[in-house]
Ligand binder design. Structure first.
Ligand code: 48F
Length: 259
């Protein structure tokens, strides 16, 4: 059997540190920072990177994919309504049509393919990294985000006093799902008023979320369930076509702004 090449422990450590530092420094400034690696954030990132843009996705969890892994009710099945299956076709995700225009696929298969496709497009990730705040200037525009390692917030206050750092981008996308965490930072400062998502009404919600996806404040675009929370749209439950298509719309809005 072929043996592994001899490498010292210190060389492995050096490789990790050097490559992390190189990427981190490069992505201190990018075209677009997306907060949240759920289906809408991944889709937006993929479309932007496909258009040649420099994109960093900040994700507080170790795993990427948000709610796209397990779909509804911990049952590992993802539903998508027409025309969302266009994205499943593009990514080579197998699915079945259970009734006219209603498709079902396996969460792990769909999610892993979307993550891989997003990586393939050139998007970079800062996972285990939590969005903490926005970078705002007097001109009333968003210039970036303040981030910290996720474990910092889990440690007792008395043993942690770790200042966060800021990274900049021309545009920021809030793809943090129901919590709309980025938009909420504007609300805390009285710059915007969110309505909180409404009661479930799937027939209305998917179209409304895609229609309302866009710039909510200069330099800040919203996508996915953050749109629902911001505008008080009905919640949509365990169906995902609107998340994928909303991500595409967000990318189009950002590309327009980057022109
Ligand atoms: O929740 P999530 O999947 O958002 P989405 O893309 O899709 C919503 C659906 O999954 C589902 C639904 C529709 O079918 O109702 O819920 O709108 O992904 C949001 C991601 O953002 C991350 C979070 O861990 C998740 O992966 N996130 C949330 N807050 C922060 C964050 C934060 N402060 N910093 C970094 N990441």
């Amino acid at each position: 059997m072929e043996k592994f090449v001899p490498v010292a422990e210190k060389d492995i450590t050096r490789a990790i540190v050097a490559e992390f530092a190189k990427q981190f420094e490069e992505y201190v400034e990018s075209d677009c920072i997306i907060v949240g690696a759920g289906p809408s954030g991944l889709m937006a990132g993929r479309r932007l990177a496909q258009a040649g843009k420099k994109v960093l996705i900040v994700e507080r969890n170790n795993y990427l994919g948000g709610g796209f892994w397990i779909g509804g009710y911990l049952m590992n099945k993802i539903t998508v309504r027409h025309p969302g299956e266009r994205v499943l076709d593009e990514l080579g995700i197998p699915y079945i049509e259970v009734s006219h225009g209603l498709f079902v696929t396996d969460g792990p298969h769909a999610c892993s393919k979307l993550i891989a496709a997003t990586c393939d497009s050139g998007v970079k990730f800062a996972n285990m990294t939590a969005f903490d705040d926005l970078v705002l200037r007097e001109d009333g525009r968003v210039y970036g985000v303040v981030i910290n390692w996720t474990p910092i917030s889990a440690l007792p206050r008395e043993i942690t006093c770790v200042d966060p750092v800021a990274i900049e981008s021309t545009v920021v996308i809030d793809a943090t799902g129901h919590d709309a965490q980025v938009v909420k930072k504007l609300e805390e400062r009285g710059l915007i008023k969110t309505k909180g998502f409404g009661a479930m009404w799937v027939e209305r919600s998917e179209d409304l979320i895609v229609e309302h996806t866009g710039e909510v404040y200069p330099g800040l675009v919203i996508t996915g369930m953050a749109v629902s929370t911001t505008y008080g749209l009905p919640r949509m439950g365990p169906t995902f076509g609107a998340m994928l298509l909303s991500g595409e719309v967000a990318a189009r809005v950002v590309l327009e702004k980057l022109k």
